[in-house]
Design a protein around this ligand. Sequence first.
Ligand SMILES: *[C@@H]1O[C@H](CO)[C@@H](O)[C@H](O)[C@H]1NC(C)=O
Ligand SMILES: *[C@@H]1O[C@H](CO)[C@@H](O)[C@H](O)[C@H]1NC(C)=O
Ligand SMILES: *[C@@H]1O[C@H](CO)[C@@H](O)[C@H](O)[C@H]1NC(C)=O
Ligand SMILES: *[C@@H]1O[C@H](CO)[C@@H](O)[C@H](O)[C@H]1NC(C)=O
Length: 256
Amino acid sequence: MAFPKILIVTTLLALSLTSINAATILSPTPAPAPAPGPGFVNLTDLFTVAGPFQTFLQLLQQTKVIETFQNQANNTDQGITIFVPKDKAFSSLKKPSLKNLTSDQLKSLLLFHAIPKYYKLSEFTTLSSSSPVSTIAGGQYTLNFTDNSGSIKVNSGWANTKISSSVYSTDPVAVYQVDKVLLPQVIFGVAPPQAPAPAPVPEASPVSDISPSSHVKGSSPKSSDSTSSSSSHRISFGIVNWLALVVASAGLMVLF
Ligand SMILES: *[C@@H]1O[C@H](CO)[C@@H](O)[C@H](O)[C@H]1NC(C)=O
Ligand SMILES: *[C@@H]1O[C@H](CO)[C@@H](O)[C@H](O)[C@H]1NC(C)=O
Ligand SMILES: *[C@@H]1O[C@H](CO)[C@@H](O)[C@H](O)[C@H]1NC(C)=O
Ligand SMILES: *[C@@H]1O[C@H](CO)[C@@H](O)[C@H](O)[C@H]1NC(C)=O
């Protein structure tokens, strides 16, 4: 008798957990953690839910720069403006990589991604005329801004990028997404001149797939396709399993 009882309890638990989930999804705003103070913005939380900004967050935590940022957000009247590169910006960074940086250089590079003052987007027009603008890294770690009819360009000397979206902006904290990692000239030196447009292909015949069978012996696996389909398989498998458990348990409940 003990065995079916456990199953029934398990089912009831599963059902109640589901209704809790449903309630969470249905409520318009996620239940906030007890707010410690007015205007407190938890930057770790913000970087966790937005983005994906996992690489940036991980580097901020590893170097403890997150505490410098949080302190600037918490305890100053000026506030803070942070430029956050997406994970893709880090993974596509090839030429000067971050691998050989000393820990001090890495710290400076991260501090270079923030200005010790809150700026709303509309203020970047004014900020453009006061370029170069000091960052929290101090000294020669400056950024130039250009307002190109509403599109805000950010220039570190290396990365010529733009603000691609506003993640959060309420005094005293502004977080803007940028398309590239901002590389300071202080660390990487003067950037080489912009690469010219790829040279036109000379007389050699262009690569074509007119008769692929003559060149390719085996078929190449399409890795991205297989991963996406396998993950969706996993999800539906999970749902099917769960349904099976519920149906089986419900059957047992009827029997007893
Ligand atoms: C901020 O959020 C993180 C992640 O959710 C949490 O671990 C941390 O305790 C929070 N800090 C404060 C001061 O609330
Ligand atoms: C920021 O403020 C929160 C809430 O008052 C506090 O828990 C956290 O320790 C503060 N962090 C810093 C670095 O000042
Ligand atoms: C990093 O250092 C290694 C060894 O000193 C060197 O071979 C490599 O080219 C460096 N990589 C970059 C991106 O500077
Ligand atoms: C930033 O702007 C200043 C002043 O206009 C200019 O001298 C400097 O070369 C610029 N820096 C970069 C990296 O574009």
